[in-house]
Design a protein around this ligand. Structure first.
Ligand code: SAM
Ligand code: DTB
Ligand code: SF4
Length: 323
């Protein structure tokens, strides 16, 4: 199915707006009820990220530390060697992650030796008994098929925000480019990891628009990352005030209600969130996190503090790939 066809169950836009405006605790209670119907509420899927090619990106995403368009770009690093990536994947596995996610600051994938190296990384991660995910920018259908043949499980490609807010955040590509890549990913039989960022200065309505769009993709994404903006000094959004924690909880709860079977990942921004706010997100249906000291270029809570938090909350890693 292409992205213009109608999915089996359509979520109405007015319904999503109405969910966002409910009293917070009613919304959380309802989302928790739906969560428990479809998922083991004491389990959290744990992924770990690695930036395999850092900085120098020609896109102008206003939130990103890796764009060449802003001051505050991180130090550039060429594509890592396969061995270095697999050593990091092994460490991630030993630290309790069951999915290894590799991110490259590319606008799009280009066929050639660098893409071939990424295919080797994917095969190597699979051989370690981990699920694999890559996020490499825009993708053509034949490239998605090559990733699938290499054994890739997930492709991450976010819609980031509602269509109406998109050109306030990035102008070097458009919303339909994102949808076309998601079509290529689904067409190759890969699982989609697709979500967005909250706290970009968008309205609640734009947040509702994003979740409505995600829920109405031809298939709801298997994995839905909800990132809270990590403001990067020097970028256009570097001075953006942190979004109130209750709005993050609301976004997680609404994501759970409109995509009941998807894994909802409380993604970037946890380092800036109190544990109690994270706990409310887990109650409201978040059931995945990134483990490890770093996301791509910004800090994440330490593995020790995450282990202590999960223990306090009675949550344990899902371990999808190993018993
Ligand atoms: N270049 C590829 C792309 O944009 O599709 C992949 C890497 S990109 C860094 C992956 C995702 O990270 C973005 O789509 C965005 O949702 C998220 N992200 C990037 N910078 C962020 C920030 N400062 N705060 C929160 N999320 C961020
Ligand atoms: C996603 O939605 N969040 C991850 C992953 N997909 C690639 C990235 C978060 C990046 C946060 C900012 C940084 O560390 O540079
Ligand atoms: Fe490039 Fe991705 Fe950063 Fe946008 S989010 S500037 S595409 S690395």
């Amino acid at each position: 199915m292409s992205s213009i066809e109608t999915p089996a169950v359509r979520v109405e836009r007015a319904f999503v707006d109405e969910l966002f405006d409910r009293p917070l605790l009613d919304l959380v209670f309802q989302a928790a009820t739906v969560h428990r119907r479809h998922h083991a509420a004491d389990r959290v899927q744990c992924s770990q990220l690695l930036s395999i090619k850092t900085g120098g990106c020609p896109e102008n995403c206003g939130y990103c530390s890796q764009s060449v368009h802003h001051g505050g770009e991180v130090a550039r690093e060429p594509l890592l060697d396969v061995d270095a990536v697999l050593a990091a994947a092994k460490q991630a596995r030993d630290g309790g992650a069951d999915r290894f996610c590799m991110g490259a600051a590319w606008r799009q994938v280009k066929d050639g030796p660098e893409f071939d190296r990424v295919l080797q990384m994917v095969a190597g991660v699979k051989a370690l008994g981990l699920e694999s995910c890559v996020t490499l920018g825009m993708l053509q259908p034949a490239q998605a098929r090559r990733l699938a043949e290499a054994g890739l499980d997930y492709y991450n490609h976010n819609l980031d925000t509602g269509r109406s807010h998109y050109d306030k955040v990035v102008t070097t590509r458009c919303y339909d480019d994102r949808l076309a890549t998601l079509d290529a990913v689904r067409g190759a039989g890969l699982k989609t990891c697709c979500g967005g960022i909250v706290g970009l200065g968008e309205t609640r309505a734009a947040r509702a628009e994003l979740l409505w769009q995600l829920a109405n993709l031809p298939e709801a994404p298997t994995s839905v990352p909800i990132n809270a903006l990590v403001p990067i000094p020097g970028t256009p959004l570097g001075e953006q005030p942190l979004l109130d924690w209750t709005e993050i909880v609301r976004a997680v709860a609404v994501a759970r209600l409109v995509m009941p079977r998807s894994i909802v990942r409380l993604s970037a921004g946890r380092a800036e969130m109190h544990e109690a706010a994270q706990a409310l997100c887990f109650l409201a249906g978040a059931n995945s996190i990134f483990l490890g000291d770093e996301l791509l270029t910004t800090p994440n809570p330490s593995p020790q503090s995450d282990a202590a938090m999960l223990d306090k909350l009675g949550l344990s890693p899902l371990q999808t790939t190993r018993a």
